[in-house]
Design a protein around this ligand. Structure first.
Ligand SMILES: [Zn+2]
Length: 559
């Protein structure tokens, strides 16, 4: 190509070019023509230049096909490395828009691209992302299968994770025996399926991968057991409360003072105001306003606008409770990362921002303070939020946890609880034993002993749990003796959740599928450091340029 001239305007740069080749091949018959018939100008949008939009004005030659029998008498020359035949955008611009669209929802991606001088719409971004092909699944030997919620309680999809490569292999649009079976059949190399105890995946694994060993993963066994414990404790709420009052820990149920009518009235008024604000912001957003514009129109910070747009339904009345920090929804995640040894606030901050945290780093730092004095000892989110008598669920989880990972408050509380009731003391012993069985893969003999102990305890909820194990005995037994588990799958299910949430419910399945499978965060086969790097890449505007130089979203994902 040769440059003819450049025009620089305030918002735009126009570059006039023409090709210099002496001949061109006919796209129909492949013969090289050397006679030019005519010329015309073609306009192609390219990556932005210095904050201005960049438009290529290509002077295209039409050639005469020398092959007399060719049906194509005249043909226009092509520029395969730069722009497709009929496209109005260069390949690299399309790739940049696709990368952005994989990393965030259509509306935000369009806004980001526009702010860099590549004006576009959400619709275009989404159409471009849908053109991306899905990454190849490769061969899978150990697969974890689980469900994810489209809409909690209504509609579920299926996620398949390669447990060895630690990455999402595929997302299926529904949760049915047929769909999962069909997918499993396309991978006859699978030798292990880790699943929950539900009927659907059990059947799918049996039909779709009869050659594979099935494992009921420990995460789900523990969850099922905790469910049984919770059922038991729901009937014991009075005992739970009493133990909290007597406990020497900080846990003291503050007597909730009755709210004066005046205060209650003001609270209701404030809630109505929040709902009005919510509706107004969503109305403007649906009308196509940018978030910054909405913030100005409504007179709130843009961060508030972002927060409102995270939920389509208006906020419920605020519960007067201790968990008022915006860090709280991430506490479980933070505690588990902390226990993995990541004590770096900057890194944790990056990680929860990627999950939708909108608070400051300082807030996070203050909130994490109670973790620090624990040193190497494992922490739990209760380390921070302990304040009132735990729920039946909370006690259930406390009991299956190993002794050393309980907080001092929890230990004190459990001591009181066990002393106050002899049946609970038995339940506590059984729960401890069960936890050990799972963690140490103690095997079948110990499992049978434990089951016998449960039966002789006479506690109905736990006996029902043990009876339930029998109909899936082999897979359950594998769960006790093998190291493969679905814990990782749970992590990916959470990622699907936040990608879905960041699309404000507008993502159809093919879009969600691409955003999950091509998103760097869904491909954790990477080392911690690589993951950090690809995260930074995806978080910084620089990714627009990186992809412009020829690395498509696929390459970013696999980098
Ligand atoms: Zn021809």
């Amino acid at each position: 190509m040769e440059l003819d001239s450049i025009e620089v305007h305030e918002q735009a740069v126009l570059v006039y070019l023409h090709a210099t080749s002496l001949t061109a091949r006919c796209p129909q018959c492949g013969t090289a023509g050397s006679r030019v018939h005519s010329r015309y100008q073609r306009t192609v949008a390219d990556l932005a230049f210095g904050g201005r939009s960049l438009t290529l004005k290509l002077l295209v030659r039409k050639w005469i096909c020398p092959e007399a029998l060719c049906s194509q008498h005249i043909f226009a020359e092509r520029f395969p490395a730069l722009v497709q035949h009929y496209a109005r955008m260069t390949d690299r611009l399309i790739k940049a828009l696709q990368s952005t669209g994989v990393l965030t929802n259509g509306a935000d991606a369009a806004q980001i691209a526009s702010s860099f001088g590549m004006a576009t719409t959400a619709k275009t971004i989404i159409r471009r992302v849908l053109q991306l092909s899905l990454p190849s699944e490769g061969s899978v030997h150990k697969v974890g299968i689980d469900e994810w919620a489209w809409k909690k309680g209504h509609h579920y999809g299926t996620i398949l994770v390669d447990l060895e490569k630690r990455r999402v292999v595929q997302l299926l649009a529904d949760r049915s025996v047929e769909t999962s079976t069909a997918w499993l059949r396309t991978h006859p190399e699978i030798d292990l399926v880790s699943r929950d105890r539900g009927q659907i995946f059990r059947e799918a694994a049996t039909q779709g991968a009869p050659q594979a060993k099935q494992v009921v993963d420990r995460y789900h066994l523990q969850k099922n057991f905790a469910d049984a414990l919770e059922k038991f404790f729901r009937k014991q709420e009075r005992v739970l409360k009493k133990a909290a009052e007597g406990s020497t820990g900080k846990a003291r149920p503050a007597k909730r003072a009755a709210v004066p009518e005046q205060v209650a009235h003001e609270r209701r008024a404030r809630h109505r105001q929040r709902v009005r604000l919510h509706k107004r912001i969503w109305k403007l957003y649906r009308a196509g306003y940018h978030k910054e514009q909405i913030a100005q129109l409504v007179g709130v910070s843009s961060r508030s606008v972002y927060r409102v747009l995270e939920h389509e339904t208006p906020p419920p009345p605020r519960r007067r409770s201790r968990s008022s920090s915006i860090v709280d929804p991430y506490l479980s995640y933070l505690a588990s990362r902390w226990n993995q040894g990541c004590h770096n606030v900057a890194r944790l901050y990056e990680e929860i921002v990627a999950q939708g945290y909108v608070g400051t780093r300082r807030t996070l730092e203050l909130r994490l303070r109670p973790f620090r004095p624990k040193g190497a000892r494992p922490v739990s989110k209760q380390t921070i939020t302990w304040n009132q008598p735990p729920s039946p669920r909370g006690v259930a989880l406390m009991m299956v946890r190993p002794t050393q990972s309980r907080t001092r408050e929890q230990t004190a509380y459990l001591e009181h609880l066990v002393q106050s009731d002899s049946t609970i003391a038995v339940v506590f012993e059984l729960a401890q034993d069960f936890g050990r069985l799972l963690r140490k893969h103690e095997g079948l003999v110990r499992l049978e002993q434990w089951k016998a102990a449960v039966r002789s305890s006479g506690i109905a909820e736990l006996i029902a749990f043990v009876d339930g194990l029998a109909d899936d005995a082999e897979a359950v037994a594998n769960g006790y003796s093998m190291t493969w588990s679905n814990g990782m799958v749970e992590g990916f299910v959470n990622k699907v959740k936040w990608i879905k949430r960041s699309s404000y419910g507008q993502a159809g399945f093919p879009l969600l599928q691409r955003r999950v499978l091509l998103h760097p965060a869904a491909r954790q086969g990477l080392s911690q450091e690589q993951r950090q790097r690809s995260f930074r890449q995806s978080a910084s505007p620089a990714s627009l340029e990186t992809s412009g130089t020829g690395s498509p979203p696929m390459a970013i994902a696999a980098a």
